[in-house]
Write a protein that binds this ligand. Sequence first.
Ligand code: EPU
Length: 347
Amino acid sequence: MLPDFVATQVDLTPYNTLALPARAEFLAHIQSIEQLAALIRHPEFAGRRRFVLGGGSNLLVAGDFSGFILYMGILGKRWIGEDATHIYLAVAAGENWSDCVAWTLASGWPGLENLIGIPGTAGAAPIQNIGAYGVEIGDFLQRLTALDLTCGKTRVFDVRDCALRYRDSLFKREGWHLCGRYAITEIVLRLPRKWRARATYGGIAEKLARDGIQEPTPAQLAQAVTALRAQKIPNPRQLPNAGSFFQNPKVSAEFATALLHVHPRLPCYPQPDGGVKLAAAWLIEHAGWKGRNLGTTGMYEQQALILVNRGGANYRDVQNLSRAVREAVFARFGVSLVPEPVVLADG
Ligand code: EPU
């Protein structure tokens, strides 16, 4: 018999913010490490497909899933220490990320304010190295703890072992996350005691200036970020979406220069490695897809990078729109867009 925290034939629609329909053969609602360890030892678990799920806010559910969904609901967040330069905080995987940011601010530990409002859980945050307004979680992650689902052993990954990059990590790559080898159970954040506002990116400075704020406090920065996000990103409960659907593509400096020659208004962000990141939203808008629908899906009218489910969409509908947008952008600009979400697939 399976433990009582495992349900069978579960509708996954409420478990992904794009609200794509599918069924999972088993869904385990994990609320403690002991439950996770017990499940790993269970004979039914061995050899079965498994997938570790957080808030489902960066997820493309491709269809029915035969195997175990491990829905990580382990809670707890606490101060674990400090030294001359930093504060250290441990946050369990199932904690809501944005609530965690609000907790740090209310406790007088600023630093994460640019990351407020990002949906999903703390345990999922390092998987795609969540980021916004010029900051990534990798700037503050010290280490994380994960359970190896193949043997039940605990492993600690220093941030350097996580291979964090733009919207990517060791855990997102094929063969690791998708095969469900590790379940992240806790992250440790390292916040500098010396705070500095990061207010130059993505319209924050303009927003603060409009509000007459010259030297923002952490709370004022968090408010500005919250207001900017609300303008651009629909609430998934009202309009299902998974945030940015594509990554901002990186091209060579030569390619960017040639493109800029033809499209001087294209937003470009030079990278430390010499490459140049382009604004995917701008490319999509100027390929004619901003606010345009294809069947039950569409690219959002306020932010062209956000693919929305207008009601009743399934994975195939999303794939059709994704393909149409990628083809249009490639035909007009010669740039290939890469989707951001992780795919939950059976095969
Ligand atoms: N733009 C357009 N058309 C649009 C929207 C934007 O031309 O419809 C232009 C803007 O004018 C701006 C540029 O594109 O010059 C970038 O737009 P924005 O500042 O909105 O940011 P983004 O690059 O589209 C990224 C992240 C977001 C994050 C914001 C804010 C990625 C893939 N996305 O979006 O992250 O919130 O910056 O920092 O890097 C997510 O990953 O799910 C996500 C929402």
